[in-house]
Design a protein around this ligand. Structure first.
Ligand SMILES: Cc1cc2nc3c(=O)[nH]c(=O)nc-3n(C[C@H](O)[C@H](O)[C@H](O)COP(=O)(O)OP(=O)(O)OC[C@H]3O[C@@H](n4cnc5c(N)ncnc54)[C@H](O)[C@@H]3O)c2cc1C
Length: 415
């Protein structure tokens, strides 16, 4: 398929199924989620450019994935789900990332949070776990995401939420009354539930504490403000969620616990988070590089008379891009392996180092590709422009390089 023929966006600009580019292996021996996603990729690719262009959540793709049973991918087998390991989930996310990274990110967050709430020893109440597992097994999509970042706070892992949870009673039932604003809420308009972090203010001598609440998206007092108008991941609908005195039964909240300095993305669920985010952007860079290779075979400048792929300087540059991509995928494999082999008490700060290095390779690979392609890489009618914008989000996604490197430096210096 000529990139010049399939490249314009939207409409004709969607990358056809045969062109779904990925270095991730697919075949009969692959895990169930990878095979299932592979079958659905053509339909997902088809709409990616349109959702990116108008900034709408990719609901048809999410519905397709849900209908295939993927909502329960990380629900434990004992609870009726598939209990998939990280390697299987990361493989599925990487494939989705090559087709539509917004779809990949929304599904990745759902899979991550279902894994997290079901892990032994967590702070989650039995009612929270039961509701999330049951709805993930249901036929109606019920996606969940943690919404922790706030406009003033930035990353939810780096400080105290301004969103408050105040204890109230209504009849015999005890509730938390939740008020605040969360930002960068991936999937917002397509979600069934939010997991909201909040601060319980000091009262009657009880010190300030932190709590996480499970909030149905249609609960009274929840509104979504369409604030997400970003460079990349435009279809992730990562809008603001405003909570105005939302009543949440206490049984759908964690026990209040002391607020303490948290290390960014330490622990097992932090390992899953980082691995799945890196999987999204690895897929993006694979899609970009696949398109680049096609393009260089097809593009014949009249003054040259042969395809650009024939130029030794271009061959060398593509080799450099492929080396960066290969290094990034090996780092991703190492990260997944490290998290899968970790015990429950694993601190896991090293995953941030792997993520930062892999991300640098991915961004460099796609940026170098743009310089080879020329204007076609920057034209909004071509898919490469979307890949270039999307891959840039990888550095902004937690954990940030400065946090990772500062922590690593202190550790190496024994401080
Ligand atoms: C595509 C996308 C989707 C996202 N989806 C979600 C989501 O669904 N839910 C969610 O909760 N978040 C989400 N985020 C938020 C994301 O993970 C980061 O938490 C957020 O981007 C950080 O906020 P900020 O970019 O405003 O940076 P800021 O918080 O303003 O930080 C700017 C810089 O200052 C540093 N910094 C900030 N605070 C401190 C501190 N206390 N100590 C030291 N250094 C500090 C940061 O490391 C960074 O380098 C998403 C982000 C992206 C890009």
């Amino acid at each position: 398929m000529s990139p010049l023929r399939h490249a314009t966006e939207p409409g004709a600009g969607t990358t056809p199924a045969a062109d779904v580019p990925t270095g991730a292996p697919t075949g009969p021996s692959e895990p169930w989620a990878v095979r299932t996603v592979t079958d659905l990729l053509p339909a997902i690719v088809e709409n990616a450019a349109g959702h990116d262009r108008d900034g709408t959540a990719p609901v048809p793709a999410l519905d397709l994935l849900w209908s295939a049973g993927l909502g329960a991918l990380t629900v434990p087998v004992a609870a009726g789900g598939r209990g998939a390991p990280l390697s299987e989930v990361a493989g599925a996310v990487r494939l989705l990332g090559s087709a539509d990274p917004s779809v990949a990110l929304i599904m990745a967050m759902h899979w991550l949070h279902l894994e997290t709430v079901n892990a032994p020893g967590g702070p989650w109440s039995p009612d929270m776990i039961e509701l999330l597992n049951r709805t993930s097994l249901g036929s109606a999509p019920a996606l969940v995401n943690v919404i922790a970042a706030e406009p003033e706070l930035g990353s939810g892992s780096l400080g105290r939420a301004a969103t408050t949870a105040v204890a109230v009673a209504r009849g015999d039932e005890r509730y938390w009354e939740l008020t605040g604003r969360k930002t960068y809420c991936t999937g917002s308009t397509a979600l069934g539930f939010f997991l909201v972090s909040a601060t319980v203010p000091e009262s009657d001598g009880t010190p300030t504490a932190g709590v996480t609440l499970l909030v149905p998206a249609d609960a009274p007092g929840v509104t979504i403000e369409h604030t997400w108008d970003h460079l990349g991941l435009r279809a992730s609908a990562s809008h603001d969620v405003v909570l105005d005195r939302v009543l949440v039964p206490v049984r759908l909240a964690t026990e209040p616990s002391p607020l303490r300095g948290r290390r960014a993305n330490a622990g097992r669920s932090g390992g899953w988070l980082v691995a799945l985010l890196l999987s999204v952007y690895t897929g993006v860079a694979e899609a970009a590089t696949s398109w680049l290779a096609d393009y260089l075979h097809q593009r014949v400048p009249s003054g040259l008379g042969t395809p650009l792929a024939q130029l030794p300087t271009f061959q060398r540059a593509v080799g450099e891009i492929d080396s960066q991509l290969y290094a990034a995928t090996r780092l991703l494999d190492a990260l997944v392996d490290e998290v899968e082999r970790a015990g429950p008490d694993w601190a896991g700060d090293r995953v941030g180092m792997l993520k930062s290095q892999a991300t640098a390779h991915l961004i460099e690979a796609v940026s170098t590709g743009a310089t080879l392609i020329g204007n076609a890489a920057l034209s909004r009618r071509m898919p490469y422009e979307r890949h270039l914008r999307d891959v840039l989000c990888s550095r902004i996604h937690a954990p940030h390089d400065d946090i990772v490197f500062a922590g690593a430096g202190r550790s190496r210096l024994g401080l």
